[in-house]
Design a protein around this ligand. Sequence first.
Ligand code: 5GP
Ligand code: ZN
Length: 113
Amino acid sequence: MECIFCQIVAGKVPSEILYRDEEVIAFRDINPQAPTHVVIIPREHIPSLAHLSEVQSPLIGRMVNVANQLATREGITEGGYRLVINCGEGGGQLVPHLHMHLLGGRKLYDILG
Ligand code: 5GP
Ligand code: ZN
């Protein structure tokens, strides 16, 4: 099992877990790009958004719901936040396990930064 996020799911790599249920977990990004930077992932290893089947697609709704809950808990709902899913090398995806970024706590000015 080489996938770093699968290792986080298995508890083999430590992380600050903020949320977990039977399908989804969320933890703080190790290299935060904003005061709040949380990574939300399915427990299941799905390499990218491009590998998500139609049957699996409700997972994205669950991940958005978790992000919304965490945004409230982090106190960034009123100020605003951004959800990002990078897909593939050209999309800026470095870790090949589907994930969503929750970013907030600062003004996110440009198109993606
Ligand atoms: P990507 O560029 O693939 O969309 O984002 C991957 C994110 O995962 C990056 O923001 C990176 O900082 C984060 N990350 C990579 N390895 C680890 C890790 O071992 N622990 C945590 N908490 N975050 C990680
Ligand atoms: Zn994985």
